[in-house]
Ligand binder design. Sequence first.
Ligand code: SF4
Length: 279
Amino acid sequence: MLDLSHRAEGEQLMKSRRDFLKIAGLSAFALGTASALSLVTGNKAVAAPTGVSPVKGTYTHEPNALHAKRWAMVIDTRRFTKPEDFQRVIQACNLAHNVPSIPGNQEIKWIWTDKYAHVFPDDLNDYLPARILHGDFLLLCNHCDNPPCVRVCPTGATFKRESDGIVVMDPHRCIGCRFCMAGCPYGARSFNFRDPQDYVKDVNPEYPMRTRGVVEKCTFCTERLAEGKLPACVEASEGAILFGDLNDPGSPVRKALAQNYTIRRKPSLGTQPGVYYII
Ligand code: SF4
């Protein structure tokens, strides 16, 4: 008698558990769908842009996609001599990725400029040429080999693609804790304190808009690489920024590194940045 009642209780428990899992599964599916659809501008859900997997929010690879074992960038700082040289590159990135233009200290930046002393504090002395000491330098996420931002993310929203070394962000998994911002020693990440869609003048419908409460940063243009195109900044730089496979001795970046003296940001931290500067 006792055994039978235990068995009945057990079966009831299993049924409730099955029902719960069924409902949880459906809810997760519904949430996932809603989340994928909110690759959006605001409250209106729109279809995911071309090449974007609506489930994962990542870009599917076209047959003509560009591939590398380790994508890297070389910026020839000697070629950036006037404000327009920087603006052309920054605008190309902002337009391609719907980077909002928010005034004040809630700025969102994927690629921006700063002075040498802030960019390369390890390589500073008072007697550097004026062009270097007082000039501007382009900054972006370094897509580090050993990225501290990835180590501190509690949800796996930011991760390094083992296939090509790019450090990406999945805004759907970002809970806005901003540990990654504290972890990044390069200030390469921005937090959306406001709804970014209110601050984008010319919306690119091909690129997903982020939402308030998530972190964002440069992605080395994964969406363009998937379509066989170079990053927007590289294209706009007219040869001043090189991009290629660090593992390929014949790539433009390896050739530039072999022919020029280059430095990287804060090498003493051991992050192994993937962005090199010809000074
Ligand atoms: Fe992460 Fe910052 Fe390195 Fe980019 S630059 S990979 S955000 S630690």
